[in-house]
Ligand binder design. Structure first.
Ligand code: PLP
Length: 360
């Protein structure tokens, strides 16, 4: 079968020894592979000119709409190499569906789920030498994105749109030891009717001041509350969904609405019963979280995301208070769930949920 995204192989790949040096210590988001997937859209032609080609810079007119009005969306998923050399994606259909919903919210032309999957797979095949050996938790991080490329300064959906996928070898995003969260009362990330449930660059641009505030207060990440602040509900952590484990055996996560519907969030909920936990999606007030940690009815807190997998939250700090969770170290269930997810992703246990899709 010929790919809908035919490959024009680069004439100048990164030399083997340089690639090996990068793969030995890839970091995150620092080194990119030899190729990129591309497609273009206009109202007349629809999606066209699909291809995988040498990674190269974009040429954009200074008035390109994305530079002024942030009409842009993205996704994040990983390709995993197994011990037998084969390469797999984890639940990419969910990313494809979410990308479609993000496009609709941002006035961008939806890309078919088939195009999304084909583009990602074609890029992974072109750059398969860049998928790290599974010595630790290395993977190839894939970044599909779409932006308004039309040159104009009027405010309306762009009539020239670019879709692309780039890839970078990646190490775990956070250390296993866990992260601390800063409860921001100066900033929120979403409001009802806004773009909180959309994976768009604008949400991230708006999050940087809050992240800086968290770091100034000695924390790793932000814990966002809803518009009611400390009298309201917890939302998420900017690029990760949040979970609480309760003493009575519930695995609680904030209900959908203004938060991003994470693939890892869904995965954690689906796996809860394997650990004797009842998955619960509901509103969680900040007061409940704070009191629960203080009296021990909340035994663990953790965060989920593709980059971070499952990351224990060891402490929460806000204006005038700081408390550690459990013993202040990573929670047992968080670590066990993390191992379970990684075992499934790397094919070390049977894929009993049908979550993996072979690419190579
Ligand atoms: C991507 C993202 C997540 C995590 O989603 P996954 O699909 O699990 O990677 C959580 N919150 C926000 C705001 C995100 O952008």
């Amino acid at each position: 079968m010929t790919s809908a995204f035919p490959l024009a192989r680069t004439a100048a790949p990164v030399p083997d020894d340089q690639r090996a040096a990068i793969l030995a210590a890839p970091g995150f988001g620092l080194h990119f592979t030899d190729h990129m997937a591309l497609a273009h859209w206009t109202p007349e032609a629809g999606w066209h000119d699909r291809k995988v080609q040498a990674l190269e810079p974009f040429s954009l007119h200074p008035s390109a709409a994305v530079l002024h009005y942030a009409q842009e969306i993205f996704e994040g998923l990983k390709a995993y190499r197994r011990a037998d050399g084969s390469i797999w994606l984890f639940r990419p259909e969910i990313n494809a569906r979410r990308f479609r919903r993000s496009a609709e919210r941002m006035g961008l032309p939806p890309l078919s789920e088939e195009d999304f999957l084909e583009s990602v797979e074609a890029l992974v095949r072109a750059d398969e030498a860049w998928v790290p050996e599974p010595t630790g938790e290395e993977s190839l991080y894939l970044r599909p994105f779409m932006f308004a490329a039309e040159a104009f300064l009027g405010v309306r959906p762009a009539r020239r749109v670019v879709y692309s996928v780039i890839a970078c070898p990646a190490q775990p995003y956070f250390a296993y030891g866990g992260v601390t969260l800063w409860v921001s009362t100066s900033f929120t990330r979403a409001a009802v009717g806004g773009t909180g449930a959309t994976k768009c660059g604008g949400n991230y641009g708006a999050s940087l001041a809050a992240q800086a505030e968290a770091e100034q207060n000695g924390c790793d990440q932000v814990l966002y509350l809803d518009g009611a602040g400390e009298n309201g509900c917890i939302e998420e952590s900017g690029a990760m969904n949040l979970f609480l484990v309760t003493a009575q055996g519930d695995l609680v996560t904030p209900a959908l609405g203004t938060i991003l519907e994470g693939v890892t969030r869904n995965t954690a909920l689906a796996l809860a019963s394997e650990f004797g936990l009842t998955p619960v999606e509901r509103q969680v007030t900040f007061a409940e979280l704070r009191a629960g940690i203080a009296d021990g009815t909340v035994t663990e807190v953790f965060a989920t995301g593709t980059a971070a997998v499952i990351t224990p939250v060891t402490g929460i700090k806000g204006d005038g208070y700081a408390f550690s969770i459990g013993e202040g170290g990573p929670g047992k269930l968080a670590l066990a769930l993390r191992e379970r997810v990684l075992d499934i992703q790397y094919g070390r246990v049977p894929d009993s949920y049908g979550w993996l899709r072979r690419v190579r």
